[in-house]
Write a protein that binds this ligand. Structure first.
Ligand code: BTN
Length: 305
């Protein structure tokens, strides 16, 4: 499996299209890259095959998704992170959870990022819309932590994501039990935790994080309407600072686990509210009071706690 799908020439071609406000001719591309027009044509066909949204017209070529992660910036990002060995980047894949699972099975601690997922998944078997413009990635951890503490990783990820949204875009992100990040009471990010364990031994953990950044959000979300960062700020934003900040908070909280629950409580949209908890085959209505030390949400109902 390749960690980055484009060669340097392909990257330069994408950059050229990204930085050009207008359609750019094949001749101009050939000149700038120092390759023949036939070579330009071949490269464009290859990129189109990989679903890069390049459009051809009589006057030349243009690119519809101007926000792509480049190798040098991802290389730089991973240098500052020690929990993960490497990253894998895809323009389009089924789900980063699937790729991360394949790598975790081989014992790899990696970050898998995709611009677009065709089978993005959410909690409880729901589909997760993952169009271009969002931040979709999965972290695979093979470090063993006791199985009974694995719940902490969901809280850790939600806190890291909310704090990173606050720092990067100065937006008042909050966390909602158990795994959502909200902005103005709408869902801006979701966390999906999948594990492989044997009896009480954790073999690996996959943490999927999806943040609506510049992608269009549909407002059909089952329980909560969705929002994107660009909708909240009324402009498109860079995603790399968000990714780096999430990862550095992740690393910090991973090494200082006692901070996780107090921070979650501080950022919580849930505590103090009257809520309805819907779990498999069961509904609980009451007031959310606190989290216990095992991460369970304590709800005060008519029948008691
Ligand atoms: C939820 O709120 O239900 C969780 C959503 C998790 C979505 C992310 S996007 C990256 C990773 N790949 C997936 O297929 N899902 C997670």
């Amino acid at each position: 499996m390749k960690k980055y799908p484009f060669t340097t020439v392909e990257e330069n071609l994408i950059k050229l299209l990204r930085d050009s406000p207008d359609v750019i001719s094949g001749e101009k591309i050939a000149q700038s890259l120092g390759i023949s027009r036939v070579a330009v044509w071949k490269k464009i066909q290859k990129l189109k095959k990989e679903n890069i949204p390049i459009y051809a017209c009589k006057r030349g070529y243009s690119l519809s998704n101007k926000m792509i992660f480049f190798k040098a910036e991802l290389d730089n990002m991973i240098k500052n992170i020690s929990l993960f060995e490497d990253y894998y980047y895809f323009y389009e894949t089924s789900s980063t959870m699937e790729i991360a699972k394949e790598l975790a099975e081989k014992g790899k601690r990696v970050i898998v990022i995709a611009e677009k997922q065709t089978q993005g998944r959410g909690r409880l078997g729901r589909k997760w819309e993952s169009q271009e413009g969002g931040l979709w990635f999965t972290l695979s951890l093979t470090n063993s932590i006791p199985l009974k503490h694995v719940f902490l990783l969901t809280y850790l990820s939600a806190v890291a994501t909310a704090l990173a949204i606050r720092d990067t875009y100065q937006l008042p992100a909050k966390v909602k039990w158990p795994n959502d990040v909200l902005l103005h009471e709408r869902k801006v990010a979701g966390i999906l935790l999948e594990i492989k364990a044997e009896v009480d031994l954790l073999l690996y953990t996959l943490i999927g994080i999806g943040v609506n950044v510049n992608n269009k959000v549909t407002h059909k979300e089952f329980l909560y309407p969705a929002i994107s960062i660009s909708e909240a700020l009324n402009k498109e934003v860079q995603r790399l600072p968000l990714l780096s900040t999430i990862l550095s908070y992740f690393e910090k909280l991973y090494s200082e686990k006692t901070l996780i629950l107090p921070l979650w409580k501080e950022l919580s949209e849930t505590l103090g509210k009257w809520i309805k908890v819907v779990t498999f085959g069961k509904e609980v209505i009451g007031q959310a009071i606190d989290l216990d030390e095992e991460g369970a949400l304590l709800v005060k109902t008519k029948e008691g706690l």
